[in-house]
Design a protein around this ligand. Structure first.
Ligand SMILES: Nc1ncnc2c1ncn2[C@@H]1O[C@H](COP(=O)(O)OP(=O)(O)O)[C@@H](O)[C@H]1O
Ligand SMILES: [Mg+2]
Length: 230
């Protein structure tokens, strides 16, 4: 197997009295798409946030692009995230006061791409996701589905080696959902990005190379599709 670009090992995380994650391990190689499935409240979002370095684990380790990120300071983790990761939050997290295209070009601008090329690349991503017509509207003025596609564009715009997306098609109809899935597939196939998608949707999971079930805070490799009634 190709060397993984992202590995979480024996991760655990509690929030006060609530144990969100008990023992979760995930390893993803470049070019792979992994579907993370499981019931609501099983720890999927917590796991994704740990893998992204957005949360620090109580136990276990996270290695991203050859670097242990779980022990880094918040500042260093944030720098690694900017360069190595694209992240789609379950509930938005774009900047409402900025326009759609300003939100999408942000990762490029923050890593030193000049305004012209950053704008062109952001518009290209918006076009692929079917939201180019909304480019100059404020994020607060577009629909939930359009904002979700803008969030996907922002996660992919700087061609990061790792893409993590939390239910990225949750607010989308079938047609726009396909656009989003094709964008992840292209990122994996053409740029070798490692992609982890949290989803309830079997159609989404069918795009994945592998699935992992999260149940009661533990990961079970390859058990998601078998465990899901269809
Ligand atoms: N920031 C938080 N504070 C307190 N409890 C949390 C927090 N985040 C998640 N939890 C709890 O941890 C458990 C797992 O949540 P989550 O990872 O969001 O699951 P999923 O994404 O699979 O629905 C749930 O019981 C949830 O209520
Ligand atoms: Mg969740």
């Amino acid at each position: 197997m190709t060397t993984p670009v992202l590995t979480g090992t024996h991760l655990a995380k509690s929030f006060g009295p609530t144990t969100a994650l008990l023992d979760a391990s995930v390893s993803v190689a470049p070019g792979e798409i992994v579907a993370l499935m499981g019931p609501s409240g099983s720890g999927k979002s917590t796991l994704l946030h740990l893998l992204a370095g957005l949360l620090r684990p109580d136990a276990g380790t996270v290695e991203l692009a050859g670097q242990r990120i779980d022990a880094l300071s918040e500042r260093r983790r944030s720098d690694v995230r900017l360069r190595q990761l694209g992240f789609v939050f379950q509930h938005g997290e774009l900047v409402p006061e900025l326009t759609v295209v300003e939100n999408v070009e942000l990762p490029l601008r923050l890593t030193g791409t000049k305004a012209g090329p950053a704008r062109a690349r952001a518009l290209e991503m918006l076009d692929r996701l079917g939201v180019a017509a909304e480019a100059d509207r404020r994020l607060s003025e577009v629909s939930g589905g359009q904002a979700q596609r803008a969030a996907v564009a922002r996660a992919l715009v700087h061609t990061p080696p790792v893409v993590l997306a939390d239910e990225p098609t949750g607010a989308l109809d079938t047609v726009t959902g396909e656009l989003v899935l094709e964008a992840f597939v292209d990122a994996a196939r053409d740029q070798g990005s490692a992609v982890v998608l949290v989803t309830h949707d079997l159609r989404v999971a069918s795009y994945a190379s592998r699935d992992i079930l999260v149940r009661d805070g533990r990961t079970v490799a390859g058990a998601a599709l078998e465990a899901t009634p269809r």
